[in-house]
Design a protein around this ligand. Structure first.
Ligand code: GDP
Ligand code: MG
Length: 457
């Protein structure tokens, strides 16, 4: 991973006052390779690394961070800033219906995403309507109808054969025939939503295998006709180097307002995310992560930064696990994990000592996979807290350290007395240790075994 590479590069550098140009150049080479591995487009890699180089050259090597951590920190911050910083929410219209138009290449995942977004909005109490404005192939309308049915969201579609008129159909693939004008259907869909009090309209549009002017014109015409509140550009996360050209063309052609990164469940390391946001400046709003109607996630820039850096994506895994299991199942799962009890206070002491040798505990925690979302809590964390914790653990007997569940009231009182803290401090430690055990378990699962029925976790 990039973190490993940088750590190796900087192995002997701790204690220098400033990163030298040679050091930084070495690091930049590692970063370039890591970004290319993650499928970030070459021009984006160049722009990105030159910014990181500039910042790294000026950076003091702090006491808390070693040089590798320092560079990873800069890279992570730059990634998050390009990816959009905060997650951007859908902008709902003051006067419903809110109109959301989808655009993108054929096969990018628009129709699939229309169903997912519809379902996601419905679960939040909205009353969405899907509009079938991909009239290039009759199958596309049927596909949206099937998708809508699965999502439990109604679909507005032209009546086949009745919609003649404009020459919307421009090519003649198998089964192609002209059966409607996508602009008229989009308008009619919005009117239908108004009449039937749907508060959101999601317009599914046609795509081509490559960017072409007819397609772009059609999308631009629909946009002009219905004045959408959001135009979401759906892009396949696996697109690789072509991301730049495609994103640029759609940005120029339909002026999209947000991005959906689809098929992020595959091998894609997410480099396309960086390419698109760097080139267009538009935020990624959703990730599409599978073929099921519930495989949708709000996009988190900080997590994607971690994914690109390969620092782990623990928070997303936890959120997924929570979504997939109802509470009682989740509690049962947690109980099982805890019952295994193989992370003990002995391990804890060892780890804490190792961490102490490396520098500040706070800075270490900040570098840990999945910790990016907990910045506030970490900032409030005092390193001296650690000494108190150590005192408490040292006041435990070996039996207690390996059987934390057995530490009853009288044992707690004795530990408190022995370490000069209150019983409630001991209670807190034991509670937090229980939580840490739980987290260790889910981290361990993330690596190999897997939760039953949860691919990738
Ligand atoms: P469209 O042409 O842009 O409307 O793309 P579709 O929605 O028809 O999707 C094209 C193909 O990609 C279909 O086979 C979908 O099942 C698949 N697909 C779409 N989104 C995802 C996703 O997030 N993950 C995976 N694995 N497949 C997806
Ligand atoms: Mg489609």
């Amino acid at each position: 991973t990039l973190s490993d590479r940088l750590t190796a590069t900087f192995k002997n550098l701790r204690g220098k006052g400033r990163l030298s140009e040679t050091d930084v150049n070495k690091a930049i080479r590692d970063i370039r390779l890591a970004l290319l591995d993650a499928d970030v487009a070459l021009p984006v890699v160049k722009r990105f690394t030159s910014r990181v180089r500039e910042r790294a050259l000026g950076a003091e090597v702090s006491q808390a961070l070693n040089p590798a951590q320092q560079v990873v920190k800069i890279v992570n911050e730059e990634l998050i800033s390009i990816l959009g910083g905060e997650t951007r929410q859908i902008r709902f219209a003051k006067q419903p219906p809110t109109v959301i138009m989808l655009a993108g290449l054929q096969g990018s995942g628009k129709t699939t995403f229309a169903g997912k977004l519809g379902r996601w909005l419905k679960d939040k109490g909205h009353t969405p309507l899907l509009v079938a404005a991909d009239l290039q192939r009759p199958n596309a309308v049927t596909q949206l109808e099937v998708t809508g049915e699965r999502a439990g969201v109604p679909v507005f579609a032209p009546e086949r054969g009745n919609m003649g008129g404009h020459d919307a159909v421009l090519d003649s693939g198998e089964g192609t025939r002209s059966f409607g004008d996508p602009v008229a259907v989009s308008r009619a869909g919005v009117a239908e939503a108004q009449a039937r009090q749907h508060d959101v309209v999601i317009i599914d549009t046609a795509g081509r295998l490559a960017v072409d002017t007819n397609l772009m014109q059609q999308a631009a015409d629909i946009r002009a006709a219905v004045q959408p509140d959001e135009v979401l550009f759906v892009i396949d996360a696996m697109i690789g180097q072509a991301a730049v050209e495609t994103a640029q063309a759609f940005h120029d052609g339909v002026a999209f307002t947000g991005v959906v990164l689809s098929k992020l469940d595959g091998d894609a390391r997410g480099g396309a995310a960086l390419s698109v946001t760097e080139i267009t400046g538009e935020p990624i709003m959703f990730a599409s992560i599978g073929e099921k109607v519930t495989d949708i996630e709000v996009f988190h820039p900080d997590r994607m930064a971690s994914r690109i850096l390969d620092m782990g994506d623990v928070l997303t895994l936890i959120e997924q696990a929570e979504k997939a299991f109802d509470r009682s199942q989740a509690d049962e799962m947690a109980r099982k994990f805890l019952a295994e009890e193989d992370f003990t206070f002995e391990d804890f002491l060892q780890q804490m000592n190792a961490i102490k040798k490396m520098g500040s505990l706070k800075s270490m925690l900040k570098m840990m996979p999945g910790m990016q979302g907990m910045r506030e809590q970490l900032d409030a964390f005092d390193d001296r807290e650690f000494d108190r914790v150590e005192a408490m653990v040292r006041s435990m007997t070996p039996f207690e350290r390996t059987h934390p569940k057995q530490i009853n009231g009288s044992r707690r009182a004795r530990i408190a007395k022995g370490s000069g803290v209150t019983v409630s401090d001991v209670n807190q430690l034991l509670e937090r240790f229980g939580q840490a055990q739980k987290m260790m378990k889910s981290l361990a699962r993330g690596g190999g075994g897997g939760l039953p029925g949860m691919p990738g976790i």
